[in-house]
Unconditional design. Structure first.
Length: 421
């Protein structure tokens, strides 16, 4: 995913072959994949390898410091980072070469594919505690009834609005109860001389992530991309483009670029993630509010769970040592005193209700996001590993709808073609 805000981890990814290389280890100093990882004679400090998808969080950053502070006595943590797709590919190679890291943070929709490919130890094998985690947030990490790892927290999508613009246009965001009232509000904003709504419709999982609230909010199901409900969701966003309410760049804008468009101050609304909430609150030029994304016939649509899972890769050498490292570090980051620090460092709400409550008590910024996170649904919970192919087809359909720019026959054809009908 490109051009991410430093706090963003939208919980999204797609498999792409890359040459990015990460170091791994096997109980000793960090080594390149394929080399021996055994500690040399006399070594007293074990090195624990930790892979994450946050290359923007550099050495010495808040996140980097937090991770390394979780090293057990007598150990150090060696952290390496790469984009999610690269991380998945490198993990595949490392497991095959018996040189996997101790801990990896994987995007939640990758979990079924990773487990099905034999890349992960189960939570029980690795001694990773899943107690206290919300069922909907743990769901993407449960494959065939077996848990793999734990969520590091969750981000979510909401509908931001420019209060200055809405006030001038006579729009009360509390009156937005469904798609019809949202469209009425956007129309008033445009009539007042401003622009309507920004969103990310970029090809790939990032655009699908942002489309799914509208898709699910229409009553559509991922098992039937050609349904009337699915087509209606495509028509909604297509009409925004056709009427000029949304920028044509939405078809290529990622979430960061879409947010930058909203920050121009010209748009009334922006669909985007909770990771921008702090930025929104700090803006000086205009006041930003947020409401849940509306469903077609109700005020709240389901949103996809975002965020990564902390997992223990499958080990064939010194497995008990690797799993002990993984369970210790993951527990340090997700339970006890550092659980809140982890969520705040990542810009997430915790996957545990008690930690979320502490976050809200410390920062009212999170208050409107709690119910959205608690009502989120896993992208892979229904389809498992087949989600990857379905997501690709849904991306194709959305791209076709956006390019149709409101033409109903073009929208219908895009979704029928994507469904194979």
């Amino acid at each position: 995913m490109t051009h991410l805000n430093p706090r963003a981890a939208a919980g999204i990814g797609i498999m792409v072959v890359s040459g990015f290389a990460l170091a791994g280890c096997s109980g000793g100093p960090t080594v390149a994949p394929g080399e021996s990882g055994a500690a040399s004679e006399g070594t007293t400090t074990a090195q624990i390898t930790f892979w994450d998808p946050y290359p923007q969080r550099e050495t010495g950053s808040e996140w980097d410091t937090l991770v390394k502070s979780c090293a057990p006595d007598g150990s150090t943590i060696v952290r390496s980072s790469a984009p999610q797709s690269d991380l998945f590919n490198q993990l595949t190679t490392a497991v095959k070469e018996d040189n996997a890291p101790d801990i990896v943070l994987l995007d939640n929709p990758m979990m079924p594919e990773a487990s099905s490919a034999g890349l992960l130890a189960t939570a029980e094998q690795a001694g990773i505690d899943t107690a206290g985690i919300d069922e909907n947030l743990l769901g993407p990490g449960i494959v065939d009834g077996v848990a793999y790892g734990v969520p590091m927290g969750s981000n979510a999508l909401g509908l931001y609005y420019n209060k200055n613009i809405l006030d001038a246009a006579g729009v009360n965001p509390a009156d937005i109860k469904d798609w019809a009232s949202l469209n009425t509000a956007i129309e008033k904003v445009v009539a007042s001389g401003k622009k309507g709504i920004t969103f990310s419709g970029v090809a790939g999982e990032e655009g699908v992530f942002q489309f799914e609230p509208w898709f699910w909010g229409a009553g559509a199901n991922l098992s039937d991309l050609g349904s009337a409900e699915a087509i209606s969701a495509g028509q909604l966003v297509s009409d925004w483009i056709g009427k000029g309410w949304a920028p044509r760049s939405a078809a290529t804008d990622n979430q960061s670029a879409s947010w930058d468009v909203f920050l121009t101050g010209d748009y009334g609304f922006a669909e985007n993630g909770s990771w921008f909430a702090a930025d929104a609150a700090a803006l000086k030029d205009f006041t930003v509010g947020m409401i849940p994304i509306p469903a077609k016939d109700s005020a709240v649509a389901p949103v996809p769970t975002g965020g990564e899972f902390a997992v223990a890769p499958l080990q064939s050498k010194d497995a008990s040592d690797h799993y002990a490292n993984a369970s210790s570090v993951i527990a340090c980051l997700t339970t006890g005193d550092k659980a809140t620090a982890t969520s705040e460092a990542l810009g997430y709400l915790s996957a545990k209700a008690d930690v979320r409550a502490a976050q809200v008590a410390d920062n009212a910024l999170w208050t409107p996001w709690v119910s959205i996170v608690e009502g989120a649904q896993g992208r892979t919970s229904e389809l498992g590993a087949t989600y990857v192919a379905v997501s690709a087809a849904l991306s194709q359909a959305e791209q076709g709808a956006l390019n149709a720019a409101g033409d109903a026959s073009g929208v219908e054809a895009a979704f029928k073609d994507a469904s194979g009908n």
